[in-house]
Design a protein around this ligand. Structure first.
Ligand code: FAD
Length: 428
């Protein structure tokens, strides 16, 4: 899995590595958007917080994603609301809708230059998908979301996209795109400024439980903490989840490999031809294509989920075929970089929150909507640690089923997803 193109365009955080034994109130494991947001929020409230990242800031999903900043929860909201009383359902809806605002507010507050741009097209490949988009528009507008415009035929799509692949779409002025690693690095700098200690290349191998928890770190170093936040999502490694009392974290999360291709910068004319409004686009398939034009006019094209995570084949050839099926004129565009990464998904596509009795908290499974939802999740975890657990308790109360299959989980998941992909092809 090569590095994403984003790392070429950032000034990395000045590197600090943990040495010896440290003490703190809250320890955070994982230097992605969830962990760094939580660290920032806690430090801003005067908490003594240490973040440990095994690689470098953004080496997990947060530094290699597609950069799509999507509004709301990744599944129909009724999957959430049917499990909650009306008060808690309203709280959960508001939380989901606040996620993009949290990102914009932090960008403004900390003056992070990360290419934020609004305008998002949910593109339908067939009338069945268009019908589902219209139903979504209706459900969201009943709850007060006013940023959608339905585009019900190709002439309505034309101001946004020039492709015969789509029959319609739902334009969302409240979603958009960012350069995720620029954003994350800006947040990490702000967290350090606020007093959080951030250590990179500090991989946690073992947690000793108790009122004070001892985190053992590669190289024989240690951190003692009263509270621990596990923010490793699909990249959480080495920690024995059964030993710390959280075996459900493993059975409720599946890891799916997704890949992204960046072209060399396209001409201004080409960009105007294929995506006149420069909207960020995702189609409605289960194994979807998602793409956008970045600030330097590169096409950043993602897709191609692997549910077995083995034998990825020729990723570049496959992504180019997908891209040229949508935009045949991009046949001439040269590839600059291709990379892959792991997305953590849950059965119901809703993030999974939880904790132990001795104050080890976790969240995982953003199901492809992590760029915005991680900021919300990190804030919810930090609030819970600070004594305001209202939103945490609501999210924790949502039921999460284990992925079926036991030791045959990966083949079972691959088979299940093959069925969904077939449904997409049959336009059901
Ligand atoms: C290819 C790809 C495309 C995607 N596209 C989009 C998109 O366009 N829009 C969107 O909303 N979402 C997208 N996502 C999902 C999104 O990137 C994730 O949901 C999000 O980044 C998760 O952030 P996180 O902070 O929870 O975890 P991560 O960013 O994965 O961070 C976890 C960190 O924990 C560290 N870690 C793990 N174990 C330990 C340990 N024992 N000790 C110390 N550190 C440890 C890891 O090194 C890692 O850096 C995409 C993901 C991928 C892979």
């Amino acid at each position: 899995m090569l590095n994403s193109i984003y790392a070429d365009n950032i000034i990395p955080l000045p590197r600090e590595q943990i040495a010896g034994t440290h003490n703190c109130d809250v320890a955070i494991i994982g230097g992605g958007l969830t962990g760094v947001t939580a660290a920032l929020h806690l430090a801003e409230h005067g908490y003594d917080v240490v973040l440990l990242e095994g690689g470098s800031i953004g080496s997990g999903g947060s530094g290699r994603n597609g950069g799509h900043l999507c509004q709301g929860w990744p599944n129909d909201f009724h999957h959430i609301s049917k499990q909650l009383n009306p008060h808690d359902a309203a709280l959960a809806w508001q939380a989901g809708i606040a996620a993009v605002d949290i990102v914009s507010t932090r960008i403004k507050k900390h003056k992070i230059d990360c290419d934020l741009q609004f305008g998002y097209l949910n593109a339908a490949l067939h009338p069945g998908q268009m019908k589902a988009l219209l139903e979504m528009q209706e459900e969201w507008s009943k709850r007060g979301y006013t940023h959608f415009t339905a585009l019900e035929d190709s002439s309505a799509l034309a101001p946004h996209i020039n492709s015969t692949a789509y029959c319609g779409g739902l334009y969302d002025a409240g979603s958009g795109q960012i350069q995720p690693l620029k954003y994350l690095t800006g947040l990490a700098l702000a967290a350090r400024k606020a007093g959080a200690q951030i250590f990179e290349e500090s991989h946690v191998t073992h947690i000793e439980k108790g009122a004070t928890k001892t985190l053992h770190i590669d190289g024989g170093h240690q951190l003692n903490a009263n509270k621990v936040l596990l923010c490793g999502n699909a990249y959480l490694s080495q920690i024995d989840l059964t030993q710390i009392g959280l075996p459900e974290m493993q059975s409720r999360l599946a890891k799916v490999t997704s890949s992204v291709l960046a072209t060399k910068p396209l001409s201004e004319n080409m960009v105007r031809h294929i995506l006149p409004s420069r909207a960020t686009v995702a189609d409605c398939n289960t194994a979807l294509n998602y793409f956008r034009i970045d600030r330097d006019n590169r096409m950043i094209f993602g897709g191609r989920a692997s549910y077995t995570n083995i034998n990825l084949g020729n990723v570049e050839t496959d992504l180019r075929q997908r891209m040229c099926k949508v935009f045949p004129v991009l046949d001439i565009a040269e590839t600059e970089r291709v990379w892959s990464g792991q997305i953590g998904i849950t059965v119901n596509r809703i993030p999974h929150f939880g904790r132990t009795d001795d104050d080890i908290y976790f969240v995982q499974g953003f199901s492809g909507h992590g760029v915005a939802l991680t900021g919300l999740a990190g804030t919810i975890l930090a609030d819970a640690v600070m004594g305001d657990a209202e939103r945490f308790d609501v999210m924790q109360s949502l039921r999460h089923l284990p992925f079926p299959g036991g030791i045959f989980r990966t083949p079972a998941l691959a088979l299940g997803m093959a069925w969904y992909k077939l449904r997409d092809r049959l336009k059901l």
